[in-house]
Design a protein around this ligand. Structure first.
Ligand SMILES: Cc1ncc(COP(=O)(O)O)c(C=O)c1O
Length: 422
């Protein structure tokens, strides 16, 4: 058996591995630069005088086959614009997952609503629809479903729940651009779909966001929300008309230029992610204790990262040690969700968002103790985020990974698995 690099052996990989944080893993180049140069030469860096963000919105809406797309500064802003477009009242409950980025839940709180956490499925780590339905109360108004790690949430079941209980459905597609459920693109099945163009996402503008909707009124409200509630209809006359509450979440023309070039590359990026995932899965099919990412029937994932699950019955090591050994082999492995499940984080434990108040947790006839953020609330999520119990971790998956890289990554996983096999 080969000696592990962590024990002083030769690593499987000694060259840098392509990641989403460097030029090896991110294909940003001449196409982006050409459009960016146009913007610089035009002198129009703001979307309200330029053309690139508007062009990106049109191209995005067309690519997704929806009525309208609204660009913004981040995935967080895209979700905030989506929630701002909905008729939510302070104190309303919005059900979501505790395994997600803060950008999913910050906007819920910013709208004065109460995030209610439902547990995730133990295989895909997306929202478990059964757990979601158990959390529905008379105060529930919406669900924010996250398509985690590029795998779509169960949209049939979630859509059925929203119909049964008359709820809005917002899809958080930050990690899953171009993933499909039952052949349909994620983001097009709920009332609104939200995307992030942050550095690590399927395509990137550094930071950036997009909200899509078929309903023209919802889309128009999202657009107003992202632009100070300012209708530009009277712009020629120089009149300011603020129709609704809004913030400045405007994407710049610089981001719009990069986004346009990136959008045209998205199908190729996704194809490479899927190719890499297939190859790694094939090479690891008989590696001891290694469970490949599961694909739910009807799902067509885009593998934001490649999810590895360890079978403790077949391995003598835990997840942190496996990841350490893999990193020593030159493969950048990381946890699925660094840190505790979101409701266990300090802010939720204190239930303080606005100053020293407990708003919105004590609002609209509710007492602050009525909202449950205690340990034990979502056992699957808690196990996943506890390094001593978690069985899963992530491997890189991006447009820059070649077949050779994928083979080396799989070989490194196999080497570590065989070393620690029971
Ligand atoms: C699932 C999910 N939702 C929302 C966000 C927020 O996106 P951004 O970082 O662009 O604000 C992210 C990004 O990390 C994410 O992964």
């Amino acid at each position: 058996m080969q000696r592990l690099a962590i024990d002083g052996g030769a690593p499987v990989r000694s060259r840098p591995f392509p990641t989403i944080n460097d030029a090896l893993g991110r294909h940003v180049g001449a196409e982006e630069l050409a459009l960016l140069t146009e913007v610089i030469h035009s002198g129009q860096l703001n979307r309200n005088s330029g053309t690139k963000v508007a062009a990106l919105e049109r191209a995005w809406a067309e690519a997704f086959g929806v009525g309208r797309a609204v660009a913004s500064t981040s995935g967080t802003a895209a979700i905030h614009a989506a929630l701002g477009a909905l008729p939510l009242n302070p104190g309303d409950e919005v059900i979501t997952t505790p395994i997600t980025d803060w950008g999913t839940i910050g906007p819920i709180l910013a709208q004065g609503c109460v995030p209610i956490f439902a547990d995730v499925d133990p295989v895909t780590y997306c929202l478990d629809p059964e757990q979601v339905e158990r959390r529905v109360t008379s105060r529930t108004r919406a669900i924010v479903a996250v398509h985690l790690l590029g795998h779509p949430a169960d949209m049939d079941a979630l859509t059925a729940i929203t119909r049964r209980h008359d709820l809005f459905l917002v899809e958080d597609c930050a990690q899953a651009m171009l993933a499909r459920w039952g052949g349909r693109l994620v983001g097009t099945m709920g009332d609104l779909g939200c995307f992030s163009l942050q550095q690590s996402k399927v395509i990137t503008t550094g930071d950036g966001g997009m909200t899509i909707a078929n309903d023209e009124q919802l889309a128009a409200r999202a657009a107003l929300f992202a632009d100070k509630g300012w209708s530009r209809a009277m712009r020629q006359e120089g009149r300011r008309e603020h129709r609704t509450f809004g913030l400045n979440y405007r994407m710049t023309e610089l981001q719009g230029a990069v986004g346009l070039a990136q959008l045209s590359k998205a199908p190729a990026f996704v194809a490479n992610r899927q190719r890499v995932a297939k190859l790694v899965t094939e090479r690891l099919h008989d590696a001891p204790g290694i469970i490949a990412p599961s694909v739910a029937p009807g799902a067509d994932p885009v593998y934001w990262f490649y999810l590895v699950t360890l079978d403790p019955a077949e391995l003598t090591v835990d997840q942190p040690q496996f990841m350490r050994a893999l990193r020593a082999e030159g493969i950048p492995a990381g946890p699925v969700h660094g840190g505790d499940a979101l409701y266990l984080q300090e802010m939720f434990q204190r239930k303080q968002v606005f100053g020293t108040s407990h708003y919105p947790f004590d609002y609209a006839g509710r007492s602050v103790d009525d909202v449950d953020y205690s340990r034990g609330l979502c056992p699957v999520a808690e196990e996943l985020t506890d390094p001593s119990r978690s069985r899963s971790f992530l491997l890189p998956c991006n447009e820059g990974i070649t077949e050779e890289d994928a083979v080396e990554m799989a070989d490194a996983v196999r080497k570590v698995a065989e070393h620690y096999a029971r």
